[in-house]
Design a protein around this ligand. Structure first.
Ligand code: PLP
Length: 440
């Protein structure tokens, strides 16, 4: 059966990005995914960074079953009770002060699309400032403000997008400055260029609290405070895209809490659905009332679906009951310690960075030149998989070769030890292999 289905996958599926694994996959539980050979693989990307409470947590399974006895889906104009409860829970327990109005959609792309539409309608403007290296999604508006993705070949993007260079302490655009000075210099330059080009119809600044796809960069608080001020001065709204950072992954409730900056709109997705397609846009009553008056529409087939309301509530309950925010800090520190230990032994590990359990490891040819080690990145990622560890490598010629490591917040010490041992072996064997090829 397995070979037949592998052939079916080749014959009948559209290839949608990157290289898929040759194996097919059958199940996932906690930190483990299983492939069609029965092999277990440690999932250190939490699926697509979504399964923060572990794959198929019993509370999620129970929520899906509960929805099965009540309702999965309803007419979009009928608000399910459970969706009202989720909105109330977010406003009272999870969101920064003042952000109390939620809209529930399905994907991260959609949440940003909805946020941008809201910002444009509220301000009457259309210009959007985004940060280099960002990823906000694949739909029209969201992909137009995404700069870590390949933009070529898809026609005309949404007009009015401007870029602030991303702060990068390891590969600074403006060298010789402190981390904070560099971040503020990037901001100043980006704003200067924006002000020169702007038609005066600014709508929003959109930013991730940790620039994840861009190489797991954590700009300093001062950068976000600067963005807040820049948005206010220009009458634009500040949007935080917290697809990866909300609900504990970085050891805080939100990236907004971490940076101590409150945006006007906060989007959430991956980490709220725990593996099911739930996303949200959260804003202030003032903005919500304004765009309502102007007939704001975000009416989709699956807006406010009760199935996802049940799931979102279950995910939030588990995060609170299992103290997963605190766990992200302690297990994040433990994982980082292991990675720093590897860095002491391998010249090829140029930098270890990130926050909580969202970590990045940058591979270089040598620490002096900091030249990105693309071949090593590809080889070690493949070897890790063969040895039973799945992680994500981000490779962009201009931005280096970075492992993105983000296991479920429920990960155990033993699983981290096993992952570090696999990384160690994969690095050693890859470096040996590359040295042999070079010598031959
Ligand atoms: C920060 C961020 N925003 C938005 C998205 C898009 O989310 P989705 O893939 O659910 O549309 C992603 C996906 O990787 C992301 O990392």
């Amino acid at each position: 059966m397995s070979n037949e289905l592998r052939s079916a996958a080749k014959e009948f599926l559209v290839r949608y990005g990157g290289d898929a694994f040759p194996n097919l996959f059958t199940s996932a539980k906690g930190t483990i995914v299983r492939d069609d050979t029965g092999r277990e693989v440690l999932d250190f990307t939490s699926g697509q960074m979504c399964a923060t409470i572990g794959h198929n947590h019993p509370a999620i399974v129970e929520a899906v079953n509960r929805a099965g006895t009540k309702a999965f889906h309803m007419f979009s104009g009928m608000i399910p009770e459970v969706v009202a409860e989720l909105a109330q829970t977010l406003a009272t327990d999870w969101m920064p002060e003042g952000l109390t109005k939620s809209l529930f959609v399905n994907t991260g792309s959609e949440s940003n699309e909805a946020a941008l539409r809201m910002a444009k309608m509220y301000t009457g403007g259309f210009e959007v400032l985004a940060v280099g290296g960002s990823w906000h999604g694949i739909t029209g508006g969201a992909s137009s403000v995404s700069l870590a993705s390949d933009r070529k070949g898809y026609g005309v993007p949404t007009p009015g997008v401007f870029v602030i260079p991303e702060p990068n302490a390891y590969r600074p655009y403006i060298p010789g400055l402190s981390e904070e000075e560099e971040a503020l210099a990037c901001l100043e330059l980006g704003l200067k260029l924006f002000d020169m080009q702007s038609t005066g119809r600014g709508a929003a600044i959109i930013v991730e609290p940790v620039i994840s796809a861009g190489g797991v960069l954590v700009p300093p608080k001062a950068f976000y405070q600067g963005l807040r001020k820049a948005a206010d001065e220009r009458g634009m709204l500040l949007i935080f895209d917290e697809a990866q950072t909300a609900f504990g992954r970085i050891g805080h409730r939100t990236g907004s809490d971490f940076h101590e900056v409150v945006p006007d709109i906060l989007t959430v997705s991956k980490t709220l659905g725990g593996g099911l397609p739930l996303a949200g846009v959260v804003t202030t009553p003032k903005i919500e009332a304004d765009v309502y008056e102007k007939h704001y529409t975000y009416y989709t087939s699956h807006v406010s679906d009760p199935l996802l309301g049940e799931v979102g509530l279950a995910v939030l309950r588990v995060i609170a009951e299992e103290s997963l925010i605190e766990r992200a800090r302690t297990m994040g520190a433990y994982l980082r310690e292991g990675l720093l230990g590897l860095q002491q032994r391998y010249e090829a590990i140029g930098d270890v960075r990130g926050q909580g359990l969202l970590l990045g490891v940058e591979l270089v040819e040598d620490r002096e030149s900091r030249k990105p080690a693309h071949q090593l990145g590809a080889l070690t990622t493949q070897k890790c998989f063969e040895l039973g560890l799945s992680m994500n490598i981000r490779r962009r010629p201009e931005r280096g070769s970075v492992w993105r490591i983000a296991p479920p917040l429920t990960v155990s010490h033993d699983e981290i030890d096993r992952a570090i041992a696999i990384l160690d072996r994969a690095l050693r064997e890859s470096l040996d292999e590359m040295a042999l090829t070079k010598a031959a």
